[in-house]
Design a protein around this ligand. Structure first.
Ligand SMILES: Cc1cc2nc3c(=O)[nH]c(=O)nc-3n(C[C@H](O)[C@H](O)[C@H](O)COP(=O)(O)OP(=O)(O)OC[C@H]3O[C@@H](n4cnc5c(N)ncnc54)[C@H](O)[C@@H]3O)c2cc1C
Length: 314
C-alpha cells in the first residue's frame, strides 16, 4: 500500500499559464511559500500553441510569439522560488479549518496540499458547437478553434480541407489566417450578429488581409455526414433562406467561458445571507474573466500574488 504524500504551503496556485506563472512568481518574490501546479507537463497554458506574433508589447515592449512570451515568463518563474509541480492535476479543493486542502494527481501518485490561500488560474473553456442544439449528426471533423490550433501547432496534424468556421471570435480569426497560410480552402466565416467579433486588429490582419469570405447574420442549423462531416445547412437570417454547404472540417469560435469548475460547490452563505466563495479562494487570468490581451492576464496575476503574500506577512 502506498501512502498519500502531504505538502504544506502558504499559497497554492492552480494553473501555470501566463496568469498563474506571474501570480506564483510575484508571491514567492514577496516572501510567501508557493506551490504552483499544472496538469500540463510544460508551462504556459495555451501560449505554446499560439505561434504567431502579437504577445508582450505592453509587458516587454516588443512583439513576441506565444512560445517566446512563455519562455520569458518561465525564466522569471523558475528563479522566483515558487515550487513548480508540472503534470499535476488538481482534482478537488475544499475547506480545512480556516484555510483549505487540495487533492492532486501527479506523476508520483495522489497527494494532498494544505494551503492558506489558493488561486485558480485555470484558464477558460471554449463554448462548444454542441451547446447550440443543432439537428443532424455528430461526426468526425468538428473542432473548436483552440482544439484545431493545438492539434496543428503542437501535434502537427492535418485536420482536413474545405473549412467552414462558425463564429468570429479571435481564435477563429487567427485560425482562418493559419488555414490560408497552410494552403487550405476556408469556405467562409459565418457570424450570427451583423458584425464580426474579436479585436479590430485580428479583423484587419486575419480576415481582411487574407480575403476570408464572411457571411453575417448567418448561422448553421444542421450538421451532415457520418462518420465524417460532409456539410452543413446554413440559415441566412435576414432572407430566411436555408442553404446546404459542402465542407470537410467545421471549426467553432463561439466564445470562451472562465473555468471555475474547481470552485463548484464551494460557495458559502455569510451571516448577512450573501453567497460568497471562502476567503482563501481567489481567481486570476482567464479563470476570472476572459482577457483579450495576455499581458493583462499576467499583470492581474502579478498584482494578486503580491497582494496575497503581503496579506500573509503583514
Ligand atoms: C484556446 C485558446 C487559444 C488562444 N489563442 C490565442 C492566440 O492565438 N493569440 C492570442 O493573442 N491570444 C490567444 N489566446 C488568449 C491568451 O493566450 C490567453 O488570454 C492567456 O494566455 C490566458 O492565460 P491564463 O493563464 O489565464 O490561462 P491558460 O493559458 O489557459 O492557462 C491555464 C492553465 O491551467 C491549467 N489547468 C486547468 N485546470 C487545471 C487543474 N484542475 N489542475 C491543474 N492545472 C489546471 C491548464 O492546463 C493551463 O495550463 C487564446 C486563448 C485560448 C483559451
Amino acid at each position: 500500500m502506498t501512502s498519500v504524500k502531504r505538502y504544506k504551503t502558504e499559497i497554492l496556485v492552480i494553473g501555470c499559464g501566463a496568469a498563474g506563472m506571474a501570480c506564483a512568481s510575484a508571491a514567492a518574490e514577496t516572501g510567501a511559500s508557493v506551490i504552483a501546479a499544472d496538469e500540463r507537463k510544460t508551462s504556459g497554458g495555451v501560449l505554446p500553441q499560439c505561434v504567431h506574433k502579437g504577445f508582450g508589447l505592453g509587458r516587454y515592449g516588443k512583439e513576441m510569439t506565444g512560445p517566446e512570451y512563455n519562455e520569458e515568463e518561465y525564466r522569471h518563474f523558475e528563479n522566483s522560488g515558487a515550487v513548480y509541480m508540472p503534470g499535476s492535476r488538481v482534482l478537488s479543493i475544499s475547506s480545512e479549518g480556516d484555510a483549505g486542502k487540495a487533492l492532486l494527481s501527479h506523476p508520483g501518485g495522489i497527494c494532498e496540499v494544505y494551503f492558506m490561500e489558493c488561486v485558480l488560474a485555470t484558464g477558460c473553456l471554449e463554448r462548444s458547437i454542441w451547446s447550440l442544439g443543432l439537428a443532424g449528426t455528430r461526426p468526425l471533423g468538428v473542432y473548436t478553434a483552440g482544439e484545431a490550433q493545438e492539434m496543428i501547432e503542437l501535434g502537427g496534424y492535418d485536420i482536413g480541407d474545405r473549412i467552414f468556421i462558425l463564429g468570429s471570435g479571435d481564435i477563429g480569426q487567427i485560425m482562418a489566417r493559419r488555414f490560408r497560410q497552410l494552403g487550405k480552402t476556408v469556405i467562409c466565416m459565418a457570424e450570427i450578429k451583423d458584425h464580426l467579433g474579436g479585436m479590430k486588429r485580428n479583423q484587419e490582419e486575419c480576415i481582411k488581409a487574407y480575403d476570408i469570405p464572411v457571411m453575417l447574420r448567418t448561422t448553421i442549423t444542421e450538421i451532415h455526414g457520418y462518420p465524417h462531416l460532409t456539410g452543413v445547412t446554413v440559415h441566412h437570417i435576414d432572407t430566411d433562406e436555408y442553404e446546404y454547404i459542402e465542407c470537410e472540417t467545421l471549426i467553432s469560435s463561439l466564445g470562451l467561458i472562465p473555468d471555475k469548475s474547481l470552485a463548484d460547490g464551494l460557495m458559502i452563505t455569510d451571516a448577512n445571507g450573501n453567497k460568497a466563495y471562502p476567503e482563501w479562494l481567489h481567481f486570476c487570468g482567464n479563470a476570472d474573466y476572459v482577457h483579450d490581451i495576455t499581458d493583462s492576464a499576467s499583470s492581474q496575476g502579478e498584482k494578486l500574488g503580491r497582494m496575497l503574500a503581503n496579506k500573509l506577512h503583514q
